[in-house]
Design a protein around this ligand. Sequence first.
Ligand SMILES: [Zn+2]
Ligand SMILES: [Zn+2]
Length: 149
Amino acid sequence: MDTLTSPSPSPDNHLNSQPVTAPQAEPDPAPQGPSCHGCDEPAVVHWQRRPTATELAELHQVEEDRRAHARTLADPQQPDPVFPPLPTPDDTTIAVYACARHAIPLEAAAHIHQSTCTGCDCTPEKLPTEADTEEQRIDLPASWLPGDQ
Ligand SMILES: [Zn+2]
Ligand SMILES: [Zn+2]
């Protein structure tokens, strides 16, 4: 006698075998531009100051690395590449960023500040005046000057 066996329900093998992704650490929200030198507020203004010795040394290091790399790429058949002098404090400026609360007056921001300035507790450099850019006067010989005879 046949015994009808009811088909046992097949076990549900459809395991949800999707890889469980580990919760990823939320990346820090990308800073929207520079922030204030005096607080964490986003900067709204900036001005220039001279680099500190440390900052200048870092600039030099970056430049030296770049030049060392350029030398390794240079054609050995050619003479060594010649590089201009490294930047000096006189031709380097660092941007100082500030929020509205820590901003210095616009007039002061037109100047380049000392490396120690933390807005503004220094004596900023003078703006170049017309006198500074005046062309060198050429002294003509007296015989070339208009006489009054
Ligand atoms: Zn601030
Ligand atoms: Zn200053």
